[in-house]
Design a protein around this ligand. Structure first.
Ligand code: ADP
Length: 401
């Protein structure tokens, strides 16, 4: 039997999401997650794809070590144990790789130290990712473990896009620059879009709109990212489910001086209580559309602000790229919300952008075009698959070394 299994781990501060893939054909063998780690009522959900039946339990899982051991036990019940010789590597999603990590990287102590050094720029994510890596290494010290960074795809951005126009010395001292996130998704979707057009990634310029609860846009020229909407942190750019995206930075001083708010309070306001939820109380696009259909003006305004920003980024990245071959919508909203796709492109006929109403209304899990054949720029819906991309990059690296 060939050895081609890769376990993908996405470790959050109180959760671990996992997928076991067979890279001989990219198929899933098992998927699952552990939530509320450290609480009394932690929950594990596990689905072996052989049966498709989800099972799990609710019980106290005190830490990531216990969580991973519980996952290993579930996998073993399906004959997919982590001690199997068929498992060739573990691929970890790591949110922040700074400037340093431009590629997926086999993890050793030096790499761990560098990920740790980046904690000040990713205080929420990197510590959780590190815990996941350390736990997995303790469980299978002999197995190659690979870090796949959310920022890596964006390291090709030119300095003109990556730098903020602030004092250079201060910026460098604090490693303040635009790193971008969702890179694994932007890489996967831009490549899959080229494939959909029957072209090599080097031949096409694509604007990728990753619209999930977090949302980001990227401008990809010939397979390389030249600009992206998230910055030092995922707060910059588009209007998101709970994040404000772009804003006059002086709002922050104003809230401090006039509103008497602390840095942490403003951080929470802008990251967790803004965006769609701040504007209308809902961050789920389905609910917002339902309210709009009932004539809710607050929901309509939230939608309009969301679309206005999205459209501005389409225009900006059109200008950055000069020539655009395709615009690709992806993630929860991008893949499912036809009204968002229609509204984002409405009125941009002069730029060669048109959406066909019938094609846009089709629901499907497959990558597809929603622009009419005559359109100068292809508009595509391309479901993202970050786990497959992490597994693919991990497997390629392990095979090559
Ligand atoms: P993330 O990975 O950032 O948490 P997802 O990419 O899973 O997010 O996207 C989640 C969002 O997708 C939900 O908050 C919701 O707004 C949107 N969404 C999911 N399904 C639909 C749908 N059928 N119609 C409209 N929006 C949807």
């Amino acid at each position: 039997m060939s050895s081609s299994r890769v376990l993908v781990l996405n470790s959050g501060s109180s959760s671990v999401k996992y997928q076991l893939l067979d890279m001989s054909d990219g198929s899933r063998l098992a998927v699952g997650l552990v939530e509320r780690i450290g609480e009394e009522s932690s929950r594990l959900k596990h689905t072996p794809l052989s049966t498709g039946e989800t099972r799990g339990f609710t019980a106290a899982i005190p830490d990531h070590d216990a969580a991973l051991k519980a996952v290993a036990a579930e996998l073993a019940k399906d004959g997919l144990g982590l001690d199997s010789p068929e498992l060739v590597a573990i691929g970890h999603r790591v949110v922040h790789g700074g400037k340093h990590f431009t590629e997926p990287t086999v993890i050793d102590d030096t790499v761990l130290a560098e990920i740790e050094r980046l904690i000040p720029v990713a205080p929420l994510h990197n510590p959780a990712n590190l815990t996941g890596i350390r736990t997995a290494r303790a469980l299978r010290p002999d197995l190659p473990q690979v870090a796949v960074f959310d920022t890596a795809f964006h390291t090709t951005m030119p300095e003109s896009a990556a730098r903020y126009a602030i004092d250079v010395k201060t910026a460098d001292e604090h490693r303040i620059r635009r790193y971008g996130f969702h890179g694994t998704s932007h890489a996967y979707v831009s490549r899959a879009t080229a494939e959909l057009l029957g072209k090599a990634p080097e031949e096409v310029n694509v604007i990728v709109l990753h619209l999930g609860n977090g949302a980001s846009a990227s401008a990809v020229r010939g397979g390389k990212c030249v600009d992206t909407s998230m910055g030092l942190t995922p707060l910059e750019g588009l209007v998101m489910g709970t994040r404000s995206g772009d804003m006059d930075p002086a709002v922050i001083f104003h809230l401090m001086r006039v509103g008497g708010m602390s840095a942490d309070e403003i951080d929470t306001l802008l990251n967790k209580k803004s965006g769609l939820i701040g504007l209308c109380g809902d961050n789920d696009m389905r609910e917002i559309r339902r309210r709009i259909d009932e004539g809710d003006e607050e929901a309509q305004l939230a939608f309009d602000i969301y679309i206005h920003r999205l459209k501005k980024y389409i225009g900006a990245y059109y200008a950055v790229l000069g020539r655009v071959d395709a615009i690709a919508f992806t993630a929860g909203v991008g893949e499912n919300a036809a009204p968002v796709r229609e509204a984002a492109v409405a009125g941009l006929e002069e730029l060669g952008l048109v959406v066909d109403g019938e094609l846009n209304a089709v629901r499907s899990d497959a990558p597809r075009l929603i622009s009419p054949e005559y359109a100068r720029v292809a508009v595509a819906v391309v479901p993202t698959d970050e786990e497959l991309e992490i597994a693919t990059q991990t497997y390629a690296l392990v095979k090559a070394s």
